[in-house]
Design a protein around this ligand. Structure first.
Ligand code: K7E
Ligand code: CUA
Length: 656
């Protein structure tokens, strides 16, 4: 234990030294001295488009940001797990159900690993999935509209981190628990963790046409921490690999107590085998309570359904489906190369990178060469499954990506660099510093059988002096490298938003062509839609007042309303009649307890206002939509609760 403390202290010291040495390098300007032709490589002329989309997780912003590469320009922040006043996501009545969970309305999330849907092992650009750690959820974003259209809560999970990675035909999006917990949850002493807590690995099926998600089954694993995961592909399609740490099953001071074992495991799960078992009625349904939230594009409205049971499978019920591959030392990343042969374990506390061979793993399984077992799950011999070791590559390996040309790129947090090495020979080919302390890295098409090469970008945890200072709080920094040559070449620094963990990227063309421009007004099925000025009205139901309102350049209809009373709940149901690309209208009402809403052409959105004071109160359009944008305004007269002002509304004439 003392030795481990020393090791931790030594690593922290090394990290501090590297950071400060990098610091001094950049402050004397050397690291910024790039060749002048580098600027051309990232220059996208005004009006031209970037070649790649990059979808970068927002971490504790709960959202997903969209960038262009090579320019590093940010195009959009897509709200996913957090309320977003810019569009009204999570504030409008239509989108509030998206953030419903078994714990009630949760307005915030921690998103880590976006992954794009695949067909035949290639990125297809239909959907992007992303996990939420804190209140375990998986979201799906439709890349036609760049809107979050589905969120499913994951029961029996906590710190949903080894997620959300898709199999090569998007059969499943997989979500693994980081924390093991009592399953089912119950009141018990924390010290009885060992042997009693379990870790659920969830396989969420994705319907081929609609993309609808459904938890097909959960594998209830021993009480380790399941950190990261990647699907098998090609020859290893049908398997899924999860890195584990805390195989010690400690519940306190993990920095010491979860670093005792020389080796933890990569868990190999034959999901095809378990799927077959489940399809034949295997596993058991256990009571659960989790939210499934779906956004309907016809009604422009989300609904939330609570699901009351989930199918669970114990590994012991399906012999031959789960194995452990010993992997040194508290591995973080678990990455599979494009051929599906190599499984890279990035041992955080190891100086070497461990690479397992899928072929050797199958051979060892067939010959039943086991080194032991953990909770009935066979442990394979380290030497039997080892493909090779990248020796002394750096300090603190975290994540690995591949270029599809036989090379791998691994980030090293402590030595703050990306190291390029060769699959099969395990030789280090190149190393480039990052500024500073890199976490994940991304190559377009990275998690697929066909990476799209050309660029790699590193997402760094520490920014320090890379940009103009903005007080104590700095945005994180990403760095773009050209990887088309033998050596990586640093091209660009660009700031990112929130705390990016992983990112998914792909060639822009497919997504660009499919991108939707407007919502067809004819197809609007919102129950409160007003599709022309003739449909506008104001209806009172008890103390609820429903305003069927339209908006078009440059007025709201109606724009004068009387008969609202203190204590009423006023629903503004606003339909944007525009059918032109990029003409949203906004809406804000003085004193409302929500945010503005931004309504896209053809869409209906609802904002609530609960007036608390008598008076004549204005509302206005928040998006500068035309030369007469400032004229887009109106008034609501609010009378006392016991007044009998009649309900009236108008546009272009005085209320009589
Ligand atoms: Cu390494 Cu959440 Cu993938 Cu951060 S995780 S870096
Ligand atoms: Cu509509 Cu400004």
């Amino acid at each position: 234990m003392k030795n481990l403390l020393k090791l931790t202290i030594a690593l922290v010291f090394v990290f501090a030294t590297y950071t400060s040495c990098n610091n001094s390098k950049s402050s004397d300007g050397k690291s910024g001295a790039l060749a002048s032709n580098v600027a051309e490589k990232v220059y996208v002329a005004p009006g031209e488009h970037d070649e790649f989309y990059a979808f970068i997780s927002g971490g504790y912003s709960g959202n997903l940001t969209v960038y262009g590469l090579p320019s590093g320009r940010m195009f959009k922040e897509i709200p996913v797990f957090s309320q977003f006043p810019t569009s009204g996501y999570g504030y409008s009545e239509e989108t509030k159900p998206m953030l419903n969970t078994s714990h009630g309305f949760i307005p915030w999330g921690d998103s880590h690993h976006p992954d794009i849907s695949q067909t035949n092992g290639e990125i297809d650009g239909r959907f992007i999935f992303i996990n939420e750690n804190n209140t375990p959820r998986i979201a799906k974003i439709d890349l036609k509209t760049f809107e979050t259209t589905e969120i499913i809560e994951v029961p029996n999970s906590a710190g949903n981190h080894s997620s959300s990675f898709v199999t090569e035909n998007t059969e499943y999006v997989v979500a693994g628990t980081r924390f093991s917990v009592p399953i089912p949850q119950r009141d018990m002493p924390i010290k009885d963790y060992k042997g009693n807590f379990q870790g659920a690995l969830s396989f969420i099926s994705v319907a081929p046409e609609t993309g609808n998600m459904d938890i097909k089954f959960q594998v209830l694993m021993p009480g380790f921490n399941y950190d990261l995961a990647h699907p098998g592909r090609g020859k290893s399609h049908g398997w899924f690999f999860f890195s584990t740490y805390n195989t010690e099953e400690a519940s306190t001071l993990l920095e010491v107590n979860a670093s005792q074992n020389d080796k933890d495991f990569i868990a190999a799960i034959n999901w095809k085998k378990i799927e077959e078992y489940v399809n034949n009625g295997g596993g058991k349904m256990m009571p659960a309570n989790y939210a499934h939230n779906v956004y309907d594009e016809g009604t422009h409205t989300a609904t939330s359904t609570m699901i009351k049971e989930v199918r669970v499978v114990n590994p012991s019920e399906v012999p031959g489906a789960v194995y452990f591959l010993p992997t040194p030392k508290s591995p973080h990343g678990c990455d599979v190369d494009p051929s599906g042969e190599y499984i890279v374990g990035n041992g955080k506390l190891s100086a070497n990178l461990t690479v397992h061979s899928f072929t050797k793993m199958i051979d060892a399984i067939e010959n039943e060469k086991f080194a032991g077992e953990a909770y009935g799950i066979p442990i394979l011999n380290f030497e039997d499954v080892l493909a090779g070791v990248v020796d002394q590559a750096g300090l603190g390996p975290l994540h690995t990506e591949f270029d599809g040309k036989g090379n791998a790129y691994t980030t090293f947090f402590i030595s703050s660099e990306v190291v390029k090495w060769k699959l099969g020979t395990w030789e280090v080919l190149d190393r480039q510093p990052t500024f500073y302390s890199v976490g994940h890295l991304t190559i377009p098409g990275g998690n697929s059988g066909k990476p799209q090469g050309k660029y790699m970008f590193a997402m760094n945890k520490i920014t320090k002096d890379r940009y103009l200072p903005t007080g104590p709080e700095l945005e994180h920094s990403a760095q773009l490298y050209d990887i088309s040559g033998d050596k990586m070449e640093l091209l660009l620094d660009f700031p990112t938003h929130g705390e990016p963990h992983y990112a998914a990227a792909m060639r822009a063309d497919i997504i660009k062509e499919r991108s939707q421009k407007i919502y067809n007004l004819e197809e609007n099925e919102h129950p409160y839609a007003a599709k022309s000025d003739d449909d506008t009205k104001v209806v009172r139901k008890g103390n609820e007042v429903h305003i069927y309102m339209t908006t078009i350049r440059s007025h709201f209809s109606p724009d004068n309303i009387e008969g609202v009373k203190v204590g009423d709940k006023v629903y503004f149901h606003i339909t944007n009649l525009e059918q032109d690309f990029d003409v949203p209208h906004g809406f804000a009402m003085i004193g409302q307890n929500t945010s503005e809403i931004l309504i896209m052409p053809g869409q209906t959105k609802t904002s609530i206002w609960e007036p608390k004071q008598v008076g004549v109160w204005p509302f206005y359009c928040t998006d500068f939509c035309s030369a007469l944008h400032q004229e887009m305004q109106g008034y609501i007269r609010v009378s006392a609760a016991n007044a009998n002002t009649p309900l009236k509304w108008s546009l272009g004439e005085d209320i009589e």
